[in-house]
Design a protein around this ligand. Structure first.
Ligand SMILES: Cc1cc2nc3c(=O)[nH]c(=O)nc-3n(C[C@H](O)[C@H](O)[C@H](O)COP(=O)(O)O)c2cc1C
Length: 407
């Protein structure tokens, strides 16, 4: 885990978020993590493109310590969005090897976020597998219930994808165990109505996550860091409670998970997790043409700090990676100084400013530029990931795209 930080230093380059840290045995140059953000930039079949290599190269050159990829599907029927990176066959290894080599040239480390989307998919023509035949709250398609033997096969697919990630030069594995995807679907009583080895009570609902961790650990060996985006509770009434989530976190800790990035489990909407207008005052909103802020309240900064504090209590020696609405350098320093987290993870701010860590190292302080308008999210699965506010032409193209009823 990252060494704890107790003082806020005066010299700019000595700010707590710029100090080196450690996840498992892996040293990182600072505490700034690029959170998983799906790119919509792979080829149609999921192969890495030159554009993806350039994209991750720019993030590495921009100074982040650790990059978490957007979710990568471990099985063909686990794809969430078009042009998502795939790792369900050995033929995807060479492209990813080019990508990790480019990141290492820039001095950063990179973990592969491994996932199966289950019912939460926008892919046409696929009847997705899930623990039970219950649609997600976000996508209407009714999934097919997995036979027990096929559950074990998907567990093995996670292991095989982890082995490929290690061969492709990744420094670690980040399991997508949150935000409504397959691991979350097994974890929640709302979507797991089974009564067999994989469901029926809290312990059996947690078994899929533990089996996936065991398979990944067996594939990559004891030394490679394995962390997880971890859904601590559902945001839907009657769903998985925080108590159940904490018990599961304790089990994963005992099983050798090296770190947690706390988040929600099942959600009613992506906006439950990707909250709009974080810390955005009206003056900045108007300056950046964010009209909806006039009738929408801003989300608070660091909105998962309570989840991080709860996880810290059950996993005191594991790396806690805080994601969700980190925008201001004062808040970043405060979270680390209080020992609430060891690493700070950012998705939308890196979309807008891929090199903000370098700027912080050069002494920049205050708010990052991202206004959390979520236009990048609306284009997920349709257009290559980018900030649509950097170029006013893009903002106009976005407005026309919405007027045509797209997204
Ligand atoms: C366009 C977009 C794509 C995302 N893709 C992923 C993903 O592939 N995997 C994941 O765990 N989270 C994903 N997220 C969620 C982010 O990692 C993060 O939890 C969320 O944006 C809140 O953090 P932020 O305030 O720093 O943006 C995505 C978010 C956005 C905006």
């Amino acid at each position: 885990m990252g060494c704890s930080v107790t003082t806020i230093a005066e010299a700019p380059q000595d700010a707590p978020y710029l100090r080196p840290g450690r996840i498992g045995g892996l040293a990182l140059r600072n505490r700034l993590v690029r959170a998983s953000t799906s790119e919509t930039m792979a080829a149609e079949d999921g192969t890495v493109t030159d554009a993806l290599v350039r994209f991750y190269g720019a993030l590495a050159d921009g100074g982040a310590g650790l990059l978490l990829t957007g979710h990568i599907h471990v099985r063909a029927d686990g794809q969430c969005t078009p042009r998502q990176i795939a790792l369900h066959a050995d033929r995807f290894i060479p492209g990813l090897r080019r990508l990790t080599a480019r990141v290492h040239e820039g001095g950063a480390r990179i973990f592969a976020e491994l996932s199966h989307a289950g019912s939460q998919t926008m892919m046409p023509g696929v009847t997705p597998p899930a623990p039970s035949g219950i649609p997600s709250a976000i996508y209407p398609g009714v999934p097919r219930e997995l036979p027990a033997a096929e559950v074990a096969a998907i567990v093995a697919d996670f292991g095989a994808a982890a082995r490929r990630a290690a061969e492709a030069g990744f420094d670690g594995i980040h399991l997508h165990g949150g935000n409504g995807y397959l691991i979350s679907q097994f974890a929640s009583p709302l979507t797991n109505r089974r009564d067999d080895a994989w469901g029926g009570d809290a312990a059996r609902r947690g078994r899929f996550f533990i089996a996936v961790l065991d398979a990944v650990r067996a594939a990559v060996g004891p030394d490679m860091p394995v962390t997880a985006r971890f859904g601590l509770r559902d945001s839907i009434a009657g769903g998985m409670t925080e108590e159940e989530g904490l018990a599961r976190a304790a089990a994963l800790t005992a099983r050798g998970l090296d770190g947690f990035e706390p988040s929600l489990n099942l959600m009613a909407s992506y906006r439950d997790n990707i909250r709009p207008y974080v810390g955005l005052g009206l003056a900045r909103a108007m300056g950046d043409l964010v009209a909806p802020r006039l009738w929408s309240a801003p989300a608070p900064q660091g909105y998962y700090r309570p989840l991080a504090r709860a996880l810290r209590r059950v996993a005191p020696d594991k790396a806690i990676i805080l994601v969700g609405g980190l925008r201001d350098t004062d808040v970043m320093a405060e979270v680390l100084a209080a020992g609430e987290a060891d690493f700070l993870s950012f998705a939308r701010p890196f979309v807008r400013e891929p090199d903000f860590p370098k700027q912080l190292a050069a002494g920049r302080r205050g708010a990052l530029d991202c206004v959390s308008c979520n236009i990048c999210l609306q284009h997920d699965g349709y257009d290559a990931l980018r900030c649509w506010r950097r170029d006013k032409g893009d903002l106009l193209r976005h407005a026309l795209w919405r007027m045509r009823g797209a997204g």
